[in-house]
Design a binder for this molecule. Structure first.
Ligand code: 4NP
Length: 164
């Protein structure tokens, strides 16, 4: 069984994408796919590189049982497009920026939009919560939980996971 590597990307890698990584890891563990599907996250900008996730994001996530432990890092073009099977952006600008750094059509085929995997919510972006209040962080988690479920289903349909 081929392992799958997912990279979640937002602007700063301190709110949305580290939360996506944490939510996805918990869901994968619960479903028994933790050894097959690997997750990481990165930011378009390196401004927060080396920092833990935003304390507000960590607090809101922990209330739902997700420990957001990753440290921020910037997208590394060659490494990330070589290593990851899917590179999943949170909003329009993330997608535009990823398409700009992609080296080839093959790289661009790896770029996806997180909300395209939502099954319950009808959003076309995971809104940046950084300058807002509690409701923004809760909305991020609602969208990520929905999208992660849909993403796992997408991977299940496209691979051998059902037979594991
Ligand atoms: P994120 O949120 O992209 O979800 O991590 C942001 C974090 C930091 C900044 C912007 C968005 N910033 O401008 O520093």
């Amino acid at each position: 069984m081929t392992e799958i590597h997912l990279l979640f990307v937002c602007l700063g890698n301190i709110c949305r994408s580290p939360a996506a990584e944490a939510v996805m890891k918990v869901k994968l563990e619960k479903k028994g796919f933790g050894n097959l599907i690997h997750c990481d996250s990165a930011g378009i900008i390196g401004f927060h590189a080396g920092e833990p996730a935003d304390a507000r994001m960590r607090r809101h996530a922990l209330r739902r049982g997700y420990q957001v432990t990753s440290l921020s890092r910037q997208v590394k073009r060659d490494h990330d497009f070589d290593h990851f099977d899917m590179i999943i952006g949170m909003d329009d600008q993330n997608i535009t920026d990823l398409n700009t750094v992609a080296r080839s059509a093959a790289d661009r085929k790896k770029i996806f939009r997180m909300t395209d995997f939502c099954e319950k919510f009808n959003y076309d972006t995971v809104p940046d919560p950084y300058y807002g209040g509690d409701a923004g962080f809760e909305l991020v988690l609602d969208l990520l939980e929905d999208a992660c479920e849909g993403l796992i289903e997408h991977l299940r349909r496209g691979s051998d996971l059902e037979r594991v």
